[in-house]
Design a protein. Structure first.
Length: 83
């Protein structure tokens, strides 16, 4: 994903700034995905491992990036596991 684009993106729910999720955050969320316990905001179980994602400024929600395209739909947001 183009990093210049990131300057123009925000959370569709709260309008907070978004940044790239760290490798540690991705590892934590991917563990929950692998365990089958990760659900998106719509309540659907997420089964696709994330290679990259955007995280909301408050650190509570993650938006997946699929095929270099950020999926900024509120229903697709994932709750970030505690560190």
């Amino acid at each position: 994903m183009n990093t210049e684009l990131l300057d123009h993106l925000c959370c569709p729910e709260t309008h907070q700034r978004l940044t790239f999720a760290t490798p540690e955050t991705l590892t934590r969320i991917n563990v929950t995905i692998g365990q089958g316990t990760c659900k998106n905001h719509a309540g659907q179980v997420v089964s696709e491992i994330l290679e990259s994602a955007l995280i909301r400024e408050d650190g509570s929600k993650l938006y997946p990036i699929r095929k270099d395209i950020p999926v900024l739909l509120i229903d697709e947001a994932l709750s970030c596991p505690a560190s």
